[in-house]
Design a protein. Sequence first.
Length: 187
Amino acid sequence: MIDKKETINIVRVGLILFAITALAALILASVNSFTAPIIAENNKRTQEAAMREVLPEAESFEKVEFEADSSSCVKEIYSAKDAGVAVKAAPNGYGGEISMIVGIDADYKVTGVEIISQSETAGLGANCTKDEFKKQFIGKTDNITVSKSGAKDNQIDAISSATITSKAVTKGVNESIATVRKLRGDE
C-alpha cells in the first residue's frame, strides 16, 4: 500500500517531468518557427536550380494548374514558354520517396532528369543522383523501360543492385511524360 508521503513524491516527480517536457516542446516549436521559412526557401531554390538544369534555355517558369490523378506520382508542372515543361514527380523507391524534376520538350522528349532528394541505400540506389544514370533518359520518350543488361532503344540500364530505384525513377519519368501528353490533349 502506498502511503501519503509516497503519493506526494510521485505527483511531484510527475509534475517536474511534465514541466521539463513542456519546456522542451516550447523550445522545439520556437526553433521550428525560425527555421521553417529558411528550409522552405532552400527547398524552393533547389527546385528552381533543378528546373534550370533540365531546361537550361528557359527564361522563367510558370506553374500550371492541373488535376492530378490520385495514383500518379506527378506533383507539379511548370511551363517554360518555348523551352518545354518541368515536371516535379515523387515516385516511391526502395528507401522512400524520390523527389525529382523531369524536363520535357515540345516533342515529349526528355531534356533532363534531376533528383532533388532521395533516401535510397548509399552506394546502391543513391547512385540515381549520378549523371551517368540520369543522362540515359535524355532524348527518350514514352514507355521507357529498365534493362538489367544492355539497354536498347527506349530503355535505360538499371543501377547495379538497385533495380527498384531504377524502376522508380523510370516510373517518374514515364508518368511525367504521360501527364504532359494528357494535359495537352495528345494522349
